[in-house]
Design a protein around this ligand. Structure first.
Ligand code: MSP
Length: 493
């Protein structure tokens, strides 16, 4: 079996998961399920990023040690993934032994090769962002990112030679035009590396300033910078340090799912780290957009009090409605605006009206006309257009999924659902029954059942619970009518 290895970012454990985190994992889950269904040996990795200043600070505020604090949040992430039907195969925490050993092994290799060197740094530093700023300007020392005051520091650290690999990376990008998706993100990354001189990356922090990290194996006074540590999860999880067979089988990753906010780390630091280790590069990096809130399209933040809890959404609308909304409403890669009213709109039109109605009315007819026995199809030429569309559906979805176009895949499924609904309205089956057109009625209903079965099959990666429910209602030759899948939400209530 061909392997397929896909990853999500590792989420910081400094705060509880919100809809943004759930978005990445749902998208990755859909691809994982899709690939499994297509016969791949899938390894779907997610996990948590537990070191660094942010986590240390939140732990102190909560009166806990960083690791105790991390355990609490890890529990919240795992609960959420279960509620959202995220079918991950492995969950890596950067505090695990397998990861720590891998990071130290990498540091040793790169230090011996001369790609990591020791140097004194003197300049500006943003403590909350854990970022060095060489061009801050003495009179305006605020962080260009978070706008908070910069600190002036002078310390010895270890640096990774990003600069040495700049030209190689430019060539690699040019030779691999679909290394980063969507293409506007590829262009963004490539123009960044072409227009800026890459500076070597400071990959350590003195313990005197921050000690919640992986100890640098060749310096007792330093821990590893959190990003350098975290990116390595993608190889530590597949056995870089402890399982060569597994590593050979699964590396390189086929797809890294990320948000647009962490493109630079994944499209610049990470490829160079791999190159320096003489390892292959991942197949693709897909950077999705952000979910913003309200009419002013604001970022979610604790201070604004606008953080949306995914568990609350699942409890209100159901897991599959939530999965459907996120992946249908916005083309993957662009930003979206999240609101309950837009979920309800999609729910009532696409789920209640289109899919739910098609299933329910078909079940009702099988019940009414054939006492629940699904009639055989007598004439395959019956509505050839729908059959053609249904037959083409897997291939169309295959093409969309190749480019991670989730919304278009769902759009293609809905085209078939809508054609079938239109067919019901035009055929007026109640008239066929009245006019005793028995063969036609049988063919008509058999076709609807065929459409529903095909749709359920294609929907399974996106809406696994719904697909199961539909399959349970349409057995080999019996239809078992249950409650409507998506009862309409009355907005006036
Ligand atoms: N720990 C780093 C990633 C290390 S990967 C080796 C990190 N963590 S994070 O928890 O801050 O965010 C991770 C990801 O969450 C983002 O890249 C993105 O995928 C997702 N999102 C966070 N907020 C988001 C939105 N508002 N909307 C959509 N996704 C966003 O960065």
């Amino acid at each position: 079996m061909t392997k397929f290895y896909l990853t999500t970012p590792l989420y910081y454990v400094n705060a509880a998961p919100h809809i943004g985190h759930s978005y990445t994992n749902i998208a990755a889950d859909i691809l994982a399920r899709y690939k499994r269904k297509s016969g791949f040996d899938v390894l779907f990795l997610t996990g948590t990023d537990e070191h660094g200043q942010k986590v240390e600070r939140s732990a102190i505020e909560a009166g806990l040690s960083p690791i105790e604090f991390a355990y609490q949040t890890v529990g919240k992430f795992k609960d959420l993934w279960q509620k959202l039907d995220i079918s991950y195969n492995d969950f890596i925490r950067t505090t695990e032994g397998r990861h720590i050993k891998a990071v130290q092994k990498v540091l040793d290799i790169l230090y011996k090769n001369g790609d990591i060197y020791e140097a004194k740094y003197e300049g500006w530093y943003c403590t909350p962002c854990e970022t060095f700023w060489t061009e801050a300007g003495e009179d305006s020392p605020v962080c260009p990112d978070c706008k908070r005051k910069l600190e002036h520091i002078s310390e010895t650290n270890f640096f990774f030679k990003l600069s040495k690999y700049q030209d190689w990376l430019i060539d690699y990008f040019k030779a691999h035009p679909d290394f980063v998706l969507p293409s506007f993100r590829y262009n963004e990354a490539l123009s960044f590396i072409m227009q800026n001189k890459l500076e070597d990356l400071c990959i350590s922090r003195p313990k005197s300033r921050m000690n919640w990290g992986i100890e640098v194996p060749f310096s007792k006074e330093h821990v590893t910078y959190v990003w350098f540590d975290a990116l390595l999860n993608y190889i530590s999880a597949v056995g870089f340090e402890n399982d060569q067979n597994k590593f050979k089988k699964f590396w390189p990753a086929d797809v890294h799912f990320i948000g647009k906010d962490i493109l630079r780390q994944h499209a610049i630091y990470w490829p160079i780290m791999l190159k320096a280790l003489d390892l292959e590069l991942p197949g693709r990096i897909i950077a999705h957009g952000w979910w913003l809130i309200g009419e002013r399209h604001e970022k979610m933040s604790k201070s604004k009090g606008n953080v949306v809890d995914p568990i609350e959404m699942v409890e209100k609308f159901g897991v599959d409605s939530y999965r459907y909304f996120l992946l249908r409403d916005v083309p993957f890669g662009l930003d979206g605006t999240f609101s309950e009213s837009s979920i309800i709109k999609r729910y009532n039109s696409d789920l209640a009206n289109d899919l739910g109605n098609l299933v329910y009315r078909t079940l009702t007819m099988v019940d009414k006309y054939y006492s629940g026995n699904i009639p055989p199809c007598l004439n395959l030429a019956h509505n050839a257009l729908i059959r053609k569309k249904l037959k083409e559906l897997p291939q169309r979805i295959g093409q969309y999924m190749e480019n991670l176009e989730f919304s278009s895949s769902l759009g293609a499924i809905w085209e078939v659902i809508n054609l079938a609904n239109k067919h019901v309205e035009e055929t007026k089956p109640w008239n066929l029954a009245k006019e005793n057109k028995h063969d036609e009625l049988k063919d008509f209903i058999a076709l609807l059942v065929e459409v529903i079965r095909g749709v359920a099959e294609e929907l399974a990666p996106f809406m696994p619970e719904t697909a199961e429910k539909i399959k349970a209602q349409f057995l080999a030759d019996k239809a078992i009518k249950g409650a409507p899948l998506f009862p309409r939400i009355d907005v006036t209530k």
